[in-house]
Design a binder for this molecule. Structure first.
Ligand code: SF4
Length: 75
């Protein structure tokens, strides 16, 4: 599986700007205010990106695999 998109999904909750995602994977996530994805983010860091999503206390990090068009992780 290849990560094709990572985004801030505030459908249900808002990013609290806690910085947990950046602490886990600072080559992909940045939290200047709300979380943003770095322009040169390396989506090959699958385990780290999934760990960052798992660390988010409000589940606002969404990951798409293989251009599915869906939020595939976390479900
Ligand atoms: S871990 Fe979640 S709530 Fe915290 S800064 Fe990152 S996206 Fe926002």
């Amino acid at each position: 599986m290849v990560i094709t998109r990572v985004w801030l999904d505030e459908t249900e909750n808002e990013c609290t700007m806690c910085g947990a995602c950046e602490a886990v994977c600072d080559s992909v996530f940045e939290v200047p205010e709300k979380m943003i994805i770095k322009e040169d983010a390396d989506f090959s860091l699958v385990d780290e990106i999934k760990e960052a999503a798992d660390s988010c206390p409000v589940a606002t990090i969404a990951i798409e695999f293989d251009n599915s068009g869906n939020r595939d992780y976390p479900v």
